[in-house]
Design a protein around this ligand. Structure first.
Ligand SMILES: Nc1ncnc2c1ncn2[C@@H]1O[C@H](COP(=O)(O)OP(=O)(O)OP(=O)(O)O)[C@@H](O)[C@H]1O
Length: 364
C-alpha cells in the first residue's frame, strides 16, 4: 500500500467531498512491457521498479494510484523525471490505456466508453495543453485558436468570433494575423492555452506547458493561469517537475515517485507535514514563511488578547504575519467570520520559520 494523505477541508481551499469529483481514480496501474496485464495483483507488483524490470522486462509507470480531482481545483501532479506524471495524466483520457483500475469523470465510467464517447471526452470535456504547443505553422494565430472548434464542426464565422474572444482573454490582441513562427515561445504557449480554452472544456490538463520557457516568461504564464483560474474556477490538472511552480499554482499537490503516490496535500501540508524523508528532502529549501499560514503558527488567545491587536485571516502567510506583528509590536489575532481562532506572536512565528512547529502545532 502506498501512503497517501488526503487533504482536510479548510476554509481557503475548495470544498471537497460534497460534489462528484471531476476525476475519480482507483487502484490504477499502467505497466509497459511483455504480458503487462499480469503484473497488477501478482506478487511481482510488490517488486521495486528495478527488480520488476529485471524479472519481467516490464516498467510500472503508474503503480496502484488512487485519488480524486475536485471540481474547481488546480490539482498539481509533481515528481522527478520518470516518476510517471505524463503517463498518469494521459491515462485520464485514455490517450494511454490503463492496465487496470477504475476511472470516472463526473461519475461516468471512462473505462466503459466506446471510441466515439472517448473522442467526445477529449474534444469537449478535457482539453490538453502540451509543452510543445503543436501549433499549425501555416495558419494564423486566430485560426490556430479556432482549430479545436473546427474539429468540433463549428461554422467559420462562429468559431472565429469565439477565437477572437480567447485572443483577448489570454492577452494576444494585435497578433491575430501572425503565424506561430512569428511569435515568442511565451506567445506561442498563450495560443496553445487559448486553443484549449476555446472549446470550453470542463477540465484543462497541462503537461509541463511552461518548462521550455525562460524564467520570466514562465512566471508570466503562471500568473496568467492563476488569473484565468480565479476568473473561471475551471478545474485544472497541471503536471510539473518544478516545486516552486507546484507551490505557486496548486490547491493540492500530488507527489509521485516511481509511479506511486508519496503524498497528496495542500502546499502547506506538503511543506509543513512531509509524509516521509523523501518529501522532507524535496521541500528542504522552500521558504517556509511564504507557504505556511498563521493557521499552523497560532496559539490559543489569552482572555486579554481576544479584542486587541491586528486581525489576520487564517490564510495569511507567516511572512505577512511577521510584518504585521513587527509593525504593531504585539501579537496579532487570527480571525475567521468574526471569531478569534487564536493569536500569533514573535515566538510562534519564529518557530514555524525555524521548522520547530512540528506535530504539536498541527494538532493544536
Ligand atoms: N511507451 C513506453 N514504453 C515503455 N516504458 C515507458 C513508456 N512510456 C513511459 N515509459 C516509462 O514509464 C516511466 C514513467 O514515464 P513518464 O513519462 O510518465 O514520466 P514523467 O514523470 O512524466 O517524466 P518526465 O518528467 O521526464 O516527462 C519511465 O520509467 C518511462 O521510461
Amino acid at each position: 500500500m502506498m501512503a497517501t494523505t488526503l487533504a482536510p477541508e479548510t476554509p481557503d481551499s475548495p470544498k471537497t467531498g460534497d460534489r462528484t469529483p471531476v476525476f475519480s481514480v482507483r487502484d490504477m496501474w499502467k505497466v509497459f512491457g511483455p504480458k503487462a496485464d499480469r503484473v497488477p495483483g501478482s506478487p511481482d507488483a510488490e517488486l521495486s521498479a528495478a527488480d520488476l524490470r529485471a524479472r519481467t522486462g516490464c516498467t510500472a509507470a503508474v503503480r496502484d494510484v488512487s485519488f480524486d480531482v475536485e471540481p474547481g481545483e488546480v490539482f498539481v501532479v509533481m515528481g522527478l523525471s520518470g516518476s510517471g506524471k505524463s503517463t498518469l495524466v494521459r491515462c485520464l483520457t485514455r490517450l494511454i490505456e490503463p492496465t487496470s483500475g477504475t476511472l470516472k469523470i463526473d461519475g461516468e465510467d471512462v473505462m466503459a466508453m466506446d471510441k466515439a464517447r472517448l473522442r467526445d471526452l477529449r474534444r469537449h470535456r478535457a482539453a490538453m495543453v502540451f509543452q510543445h504547443f503543436g501549433l499549425l505553422p501555416h495558419r494564423s494565430v486566430l485560426d490556430n485558436i479556432a482549430y479545436g472548434l473546427e474539429i468540433q464542426g463549428m461554422g467559420k464565422a462562429e468559431r472565429r468570433a469565439k477565437a477572437a474572444e480567447m485572443v483577448e482573454k489570454v492577452g494576444l490582441t494585435g497578433l491575430e494575423r501572425r503565424r506561430p513562427g512569428q511569435l515568442s515561445g511565451g506567445q506561442q504557449q498563450r495560443v496553445g492555452l487559448a486553443r484549449a480554452l476555446a472549446v470550453d472544456p470542463e477540465v484543462l490538463l497541462f503537461d509541463e506547458p511552461f518548462s521550455a520557457l525562460d524564467p520570466l516568461i514562465r512566471r508570466d504564464m503562471q500568473e496568467e493561469v492563476i488569473r484565468l483560474h480565479h476568473e473561471e474556477r475551471r478545474t485544472m490538472v497541471f503536471i510539473t517537475h518544478d516545486l516552486s511552480e507546484a507551490l505557486r499554482l496548486g490547491d493540492r499537490i500530488m507527489l509521485m515517485r516511481d509511479g506511486g503516490i508519496v503524498q497528496i496535500g495542500t502546499p502547506e501540508e506538503i511543506v509543513g507535514s512531509p509524509a516521509d524523508e523523501y518529501v522532507r528532502d524535496f521541500v528542504r529549501d522552500v521558504p517556509r514563511e511564504q507557504v505556511l499560514t498563521v493557521r499552523r503558527a497560532m496559539r490559543p488567545a489569552k482572555s486579554d488578547e481576544e479584542d486587541g491587536g491586528p486581525a489576520l485571516t487564517p490564510g495569511t502567510t507567516v511572512a505577512d504575519a511577521i510584518e504585521a506583528v513587527a509593525r504593531s509590536g504585539g501579537p496579532a489575532r487570527v480571525v475567521d467570520g468574526g471569531r478569534c481562532l487564536g493569536v500569533v506572536d514573535h515566538a510562534c512565528l519564529l518557530s514555524v520559520v525555524a521548522g520547530l512547529d512540528g506535530k504539536e502545532a498541527a494538532a493544536a
